[in-house]
Design a protein around this ligand. Structure first.
Ligand SMILES: Cc1cc2nc3c(=O)[nH]c(=O)nc-3n(C[C@H](O)[C@H](O)[C@H](O)COP(=O)(O)OP(=O)(O)OC[C@H]3O[C@@H](n4cnc5c(N)ncnc54)[C@H](O)[C@@H]3O)c2cc1C
Ligand SMILES: *[C@@H]1O[C@H](CO)[C@@H](O)[C@H](O)[C@H]1NC(C)=O
Ligand SMILES: *[C@@H]1O[C@H](CO)[C@@H](O)[C@H](O)[C@H]1NC(C)=O
Ligand SMILES: *[C@@H]1O[C@H](CO)[C@@H](O)[C@H](O)[C@H]1NC(C)=O
Ligand SMILES: *[C@@H]1O[C@H](CO)[C@@H](O)[C@H](O)[C@H]1NC(C)=O
Ligand SMILES: *[C@@H]1O[C@H](CO)[C@@H](O)[C@H](O)[C@H]1NC(C)=O
Ligand SMILES: *[C@@H]1O[C@H](CO)[C@@H](O)[C@H](O)[C@H]1NC(C)=O
Ligand SMILES: *[C@@H]1O[C@H](CO)[C@@H](O)[C@H](O)[C@H]1NC(C)=O
Ligand SMILES: *[C@@H]1O[C@H](CO)[C@@H](O)[C@H](O)[C@H]1NC(C)=O
Ligand SMILES: *[C@@H]1O[C@H](CO)[C@@H](O)[C@H](O)[C@H]1NC(C)=O
Ligand SMILES: *[C@@H]1O[C@H](CO)[C@@H](O)[C@H](O)[C@H]1NC(C)=O
Ligand SMILES: *[C@@H]1O[C@H](CO)[C@@H](O)[C@H](O)[C@H]1NC(C)=O
Ligand SMILES: *[C@@H]1O[C@H](CO)[C@@H](O)[C@H](O)[C@H]1NC(C)=O
Length: 688
């Protein structure tokens, strides 16, 4: 049975046929059945999809809720537009809000997330930083002696991250002005994602590292090989051959040859995974995936012969599991969903980077003044490749000096008290304690950065800002649902600042941001502090300001955590969901620890490693014959002669009807909140 009505674009081996303005050709239908059905064509989904489809023994389908993005391609492609013509205002953004946050003045915090091919990698701020060796090894240590745990050691994960990358240094002139340092041997040089630096910069970017160095935070040359502390101008996912954004669609989808075994369907909103109820109750087999292309008016279904791979992101993946009846039994019964498989950890362990920005007036030219005051370079291609990328990862020694161990002790003492009270399961609580314990002992008490500082040079009012972002929250939240309608948004509760250890660390981060702004040479370009302003000085006043001003760095993770089941885990070391025979999660929801980095590089690492594991698992396993019911071919240009798969459908991006899901998230209601949102949309806090 086939309900999907869709318009498809066939992309052949020849890149030249990708004409963005005329990307659609009519009436490609997907097949009835695929070996792998991937839910979510975002950053991780297209990465794992592209890698699985390289094996022509497999048929692969990606179902993406959002539209294909072609109508917005110039805005996606142009790095600086992630500030100046943000996709936040378009249907390519889910526009979520958290529930009111009691420790942040009851504010509902805006959570943009990408909703298009490429997902959040299509709408984000292009920073390409990496996590550290100690963090990845702490993740592996949490797995104990679980089979496959070694795939998540630093050495293995580092190789997976590098595999996705193709690094190119900057020009000498940019390197000199921006004080950029790199060590090529720490980078991948053959991967599909282009990592480089903008073709335009500002003197204050160069002052960044000097100011940090003057207060003891050295420039780091080895941030990419696991030593993730110190100051740097980070790489960005920029293709330096034409100054465009490099993201999962351009890296892992557009250039693929058409081998006839890979379909990508946009506007396909997955509502449920369906299980064979004759399969073992503690090892359920997923047999099909249901989705809608018309906002729920009709439900379509596609059969699965090998596996379902959930790559719907830190919000979407737990939501799809919950709507499929897999999750905590209290959440499911409150929402009116039949329990299919009890798994208390689904949606729990949610961690996010909470952040706030100190701002100053300046007489210097900034990217913001060039763009908003119609500077001469406003439409210059090089200027439009400029993106903020000066960062520093500041560790506990830099923040606490001789008081690191007393701070560590008070964090350890806080753990029992601030375990989440939103679970009936002692395993989830044990998992919270294990994550916080290892974070305090192996990460806080060591060289890893615990606060990120970011230089913000693109604000609409021409200010310069320094953001401080908490990297390892000891407050964990959750994603859950309160409806039985899968088109209703899940409930997002990051539980910001529940544990006072987070207030304390973020407070020190804000003070450090102020110190950097006060350090020469950057200080020579900053006039008065505009936020929080010189009247806010005491710790209490600063914490009150943080409660009213802080927001997300857009890095939610860990909501389908890889952990032992008795620590509230959702997936095992092979990414398989506990209790399900053939469902894996592959995205930013998997790492059990918030990592001290922007999440793209680690998410590519998760997806590359997933592809290694899955392809390793199926190597030599013959293709199931039931997949031979392919759709008609309509492009006929598979010129590479490698179209050997039994399924004749083609790698294609397709659009169904252009429908929006319901949005039951509360909208901003007051002028104040709207102006905060406008401030965020137009200025600081955007696009990390
Ligand atoms: C505004 C913003 C700025 C950011 N800045 C940076 C940055 O500069 N550097 C960095 O490294 N990281 C950044 N991040 C974080 C990073 O982009 C994400 O952590 C990462 O891309 C997440 O990848 P993912 O595959 O887990 O999810 P996503 O890329 O979000 O993909 C999930 C996909 O699943 C789809 N989906 C969800 N539900 C369903 C469903 N029911 N059916 C079908 N499809 C579904 C979504 O539409 C989406 O396309 C930023 C994030 C945001 C939102
Ligand atoms: C999908 O699977 C179901 C259950 O196994 C089966 O009844 C149905 O015929 C399958 N549909 C197709 C199109 O293969
Ligand atoms: C990594 O995963 C693959 C595939 O499951 C497996 O063959 C391999 O043994 C694992 N490696 C380690 C070191 O666990
Ligand atoms: C990597 O980047 C270089 C430019 O530095 C380019 O010539 C090469 O084609 C790129 N390789 C890949 C695989 O994208
Ligand atoms: C560059 O990285 C390599 C590999 O990590 C390391 O051996 C080398 O010392 C680094 N070079 C510098 C100058 O730090
Ligand atoms: C930029 O260059 C890459 C090849 O390096 C190409 O695939 C892509 O289509 C180009 N983007 C645009 C918008 O021209
Ligand atoms: C910015 O600071 C630099 C370095 O101290 C100085 O040379 C320059 O004049 C300053 N620019 C402005 C506009 O103040
Ligand atoms: C959990 O604790 C918070 C803060 O103490 C409280 O407001 C909330 O009501 C508690 N929730 C439950 C379910 O007990
Ligand atoms: C806490 O972490 C340390 C260091 O990783 C470990 O040795 C210890 O067993 C952990 N304790 C608990 C209770 O998890
Ligand atoms: C902490 O950070 C500082 C500054 O970046 C660095 O010099 C130091 O080596 C780091 N490690 C420790 C344990 O302090
Ligand atoms: C679950 O079933 C699959 C095949 O359907 C099998 O490979 C796997 O070993 C089973 N897992 C458990 C834990 O029984
Ligand atoms: C396809 O499967 C066969 C065995 O069934 C195996 O020999 C071959 O290597 C596989 N192809 C790929 C591309 O992995
Ligand atoms: C989609 O359906 C939901 C109910 O499930 C409804 O609230 C929403 O308005 C619909 N959206 C559109 C664009 O029709």
């Amino acid at each position: 049975m086939r309900f999907a009505r869709s318009v498809g674009q066939a992309i052949g081996a020849n890149l030249a046929i990708i004409s963005l303005a005329h990307a659609l050709s009519p009436c490609t239908q997907i097949s009835d059945s695929y070996d792998f059905v991937i839910i979510g064509g975002g950053q991780a989904g297209l990465t794992v999809g592209g890698r699985l489809a390289e094996d022509t023994n497999h048929t692969v389908l990606v179902l993406e809720a959002g539209e294909n993005g072609d109508a917005y391609r110039e805005r996606i492609d142009t790095p600086a537009y992630s500030y100046f013509d943000s996709l936040w205002t378009t249907p390519l953004n889910w526009k979520y809000y958290t529930v009111p946050q009691p420790n942040a003045n009851d504010r509902e915090i805006y959570w943009p997330r990408g909703k298009t091919l490429g997902g959040s990698s299509a709408i984000n701020g292009l920073y390409m930083t990496r996590p550290g060796e100690l963090e990845i090894n702490a993740w592996k240590d949490l797995l104990g002696d679980m089979e496959g745990a070694d795939n998540w050691s630093w050495d293995s994960f580092y190789a997976a991250m590098k595999k996705s990358e193709n690094f190119t240094g900057s020009s000498d002139a940019i390197a000199e002005e921006a004080d950029i340092h790199w060590n090529t041997s720490n980078h991948g040089l053959e991967g599909p994602i282009q990592a480089s630096y903008p073709g335009y910069t500002f003197p204050q970017v160069g002052y960044w590292s000097q100011s940090l160095e003057s207060i003891g935070i050295a420039i780091s040359e080895n941030m990419y090989d696991g030593e993730n502390w110190g100051a740097e101008v980070s790489t960005s996912c920029i293709n330096p051959s034409n100054w465009t954004r490099s993201y999962s669609r351009t890296g892992y989808l557009d250039p693929l040859p058409d081998n006839g075994n890979y379909d990508v369907l946009a506007n396909a909103y997955v509502t449920r995974i369906v299980f064979d109820n004759s399969s073992s109750a503690d090892n359920l087999t997923a047999t099909s995936v249901e989705y809608t292309t018309d906002n729920g008016t009709t439900i379509s279904s596609v059969n699965v012969t090998k596996e379902v791979i959930l790559s719907a992101g830190s919000v979407g993946s737990p939501a799809v599991l919950l709507y499929s009846g897999v999750g905590p039994k209290d959440v499911l019964s409150d929402a009116g969903i039949d329990l299919v498989s009890e798994l208390p950890g689904v949606g729990q362990h949610l961690q996010d980077h909470f952040s706030a920005t100190v701002t100053w007036d300046t007489d210097s030219e900034t990217a913001g003044t060039i763009y908003y005051d119609d500077g001469a370079d406003k439409d210059n291609e090089l200027f439009l490749s400029y993106i903020d990328s000066a960062v520093a990862y500041v560790n506990s020694t830099a923040l606490y000096g001789g008081n690191v161990s007393s701070m560590e002790s008070s964090i350890l003492a806080s753990i029992d008290q601030y375990a989440p009270n939103t679970t009936y399961d002692s395993g989830v609580i044990a998992g919270y304690k294990a994550i916080c314990n290892i974070t305090a002992k192996n990460i806080f008490n060591g060289p890893t950065g615990i606060i990120e500082l970011l230089l913000m040079n693109s604000d609409s009012n021409g200010d310069i800002g320094i953001t401080a972002a908490l990297q390892h929250p000891y407050s964990h939240g959750r994603i859950y649902i309160n409806s039985s309608n899968p088109l209703d948004y899940p409930v997002i509760d990051p539980n910001y600042l529940y544990n006072p250890a987070d207030d304390e660390v973020l407070l020190q981060g804000i003070k450090m941001a102020r110190s950097v702004g006060g350090a020469s040479p950057l200080s020579n370009n900053l006039t008065s502090e505009t936020a929080p302003g010189s009247s806010i000085q005491s710790d209490d006043d600063l914490i009150s300001w943080i409660r009213g001003a802080a927001s997300t760095e857009f890095h939610p993770s860990s909501s389908c955590a890889m952990l032992p089941k008795d620590l509230g885990g959702v997936v095992d070391a092979n990414l398989l969901v506990y209790g399900l025979a053939n469902v894996r999660v592959v995205d930013a929801s998997v790492p059990p620890i918030a990592l001290s980095t922007h999440l793209m590089a680690s998410t590519y690492g998760v997806a590359e490693q997933a592809a290694n594991i899955i392809r390793g698992f199926y190597n030599g396993v013959p293709l199931a014959t039931s997949t031979a019911s392919g759709s008609e071919s309509d492009d006929g240009d598979s010129s590479d002669g490698s179209s050997t798969a039994t399924n004749s459908s083609h790698k294609s991006t397709s659009t169904g009807s252009d429908s929006a899901p319901s949005n039951n998230a509360p909208k901003d209601k007051t002028g104040l909140l709207s102006s905060i949102c406008m401030f965020l949309v137009l200025g600081f806090g955007l696009s990390m």
